[in-house]
Design a protein around this ligand. Structure first.
Ligand code: RNT
Ligand code: ZN
Length: 419
């Protein structure tokens, strides 16, 4: 049977349950997934040669890491070409591209340092999301940025934040797509602090200073990302869950960003999505996979990724939730890491869109819990793969079975030639 024939056959099964398969695909094609540039070079960036700091770490040294903007862009092209669906790109300020002799420090960054990225995005009809880089820099004094007790240090990072707002607005204007600008700092303490409040007040006031930069709230959506702990800051992080959520709730135009690797191990972001959607018009997510101490493993089609996608779909919130990927694995082919992550969130969303939620909700509301359990178990075994293969084919992406071959060829032809 051809892919198309399998699709037509399987479609009947979904239709019997009341699912409109063509409409599900149509909807999925319009959901932008923000693809993080930092998977391509292990979060190194182009603005310094220093180590990665700020409570995050990459492990592994698989050959073929992108070393230049050209290499990174080419790798992103390759990874995105392998995956179906609509994309945006997600940049960090440390990925500024300087002309010869044109270096600018983080507090002095300007739109012109990102012109090459705008050209890249516009040519491919992609929106751009942005992140100030509050890590891997000598001004992270004692590991602190916006919470530092040193006013000079705070000033530097506030100016960085303001510069990033101007750059985000430039991205939105040039691409015609609103830019999500995410604030995440790794500030915290390895051991028991003597003052938990002081750093948080300084963090709050610092973001408020950043937000004084005039900008169009429709073009730039500022998000604040929380974290429970980081490597080397195990005892305390200033930007905790309650901090980020309260900040967003109390500041006009600010949205909370939940990274599902940033919570206690039995806490799930999927359950938090409807809770926040009851209060916020929009929210943002970093989709990742936490494994023991690490919050940044490659996203796969696991239970929580599926559960997150289900919540977005059954809350009818595909337009209210900004979905970005955030992981970095340096131990495997980086194009594969990207592709598996991108494809997994697409698969999870497709499966969620192929589920008859109205029927299932009705069972819950009528307290028909036995039937609900049986129905939910039955739905797990539907032939999603046939719909997925057709979705890939119609959007010009490879099928799962051809993914490794395509990556292997690029590795042979391009990646192994890098020194
Ligand atoms: C770190 C946060 C943050 C970073 C990126 C590079 O734990 O998740 O989002 O991963 O900004
Ligand atoms: Zn994140």
């Amino acid at each position: 049977m051809t892919v198309k024939e399998r699709y037509e056959e399987s479609k009947k099964l979904f239709e019997e349950l009341g699912v409109d398969v063509d409409r599900a695909i149509e909807r999925l094609l319009k959901v932008p997934i923000s693809v993080h540039c930092w998977q391509g070079d292990d979060v190194s960036g182009f603005d310094s040669k220093g180590p990665l700091t700020g409570g995050i770490q990459t492990t592994g040294n698989y050959p073929g890491k992108a070393r230049t903007p050209e290499e990174l862009m080419s790798d992103m092209d390759k990874a995105m070409s392998l995956c179906p669906g609509m994309k945006k790109i997600n940049l960090h300020a440390s990925y500024a591209i300087f002309e010869k002799g044109g270096y600018a420090d983080r507090d002095k960054l300007e739109p012109k340092h990102f012109k090459a990225w705008v050209d890249y995005a516009v040519k491919r009809h992609l929106g751009i999301d942005f992140n100030p880089t509050f890590f891997s820099h000598p001004m992270c004094k004692d590991g602190l940025t916006l919470t530092s007790p040193d006013p000079e240090v705070r000033k530097f990072w506030i100016n960085h934040g303001k510069a990033c707002i101007r750059i985000s607005e430039y991205f939105a204007r040039e691409t015609g797509v609103p830019c999500v600008m995410n604030i995440w700092i790794g500030d915290g303490f390895k051991d028991v602090p003597a003052d938990r409040m002081g750093p948080r007040i300084r963090y709050k006031e610092s973001i408020e200073e950043i937000l004084k930069e005039p900008y169009d709230r429709k073009l730039v959506k500022v998000t604040v990302e929380s974290k429970v702990f980081g490597i080397g800051v195990e005892s305390y992080t200033a930007g905790s869950g309650e901090f980020a959520l309260s900040f967003a709730a109390f500041h006009e135009g600010c949205l909370p960003l939940m990274d599902n690797g940033h919570y206690h191990p039995t806490e799930v972001v999927s359950d938090k999505i409807p809770a926040l959607l009851a209060f916020f018009d929009e929210i943002a997510l970093h989709i990742t996979r936490g494994v023991r101490w690490d919050s940044d493993h490659v996203v796969i089609l696991d239970d929580e990724t599926r559960e997150i996608a289900k919540e977005i779909v059954r809350c009818d919130a595909l337009e209210r939730v900004h979905v970005a990927l955030d992981f970095f694995d340096a131990s495997i082919n980086r194009i594969a890491a990207w592709a598996v992550g991108m494809r997994s969130i697409e698969k999870a969303l497709l499966m969620a869109l192929l589920t008859p939620w109205e029927r299932l909700k009705k069972l819950q509301d009528e307290n028909r819990m036995t039937e609900l359990m049986i129905s939910q178990e039955m739905i797990k075994m539907l032939p999603y793969g046939d719909i997925w293969d057709e979705y890939c084919e119609m959007d010009g992406a490879v099928k799962d079975i051809d993914l490794y071959g395509a990556i292997y060829r690029y590795e042979k032809e391009v990646l192994t030639k890098r020194g």
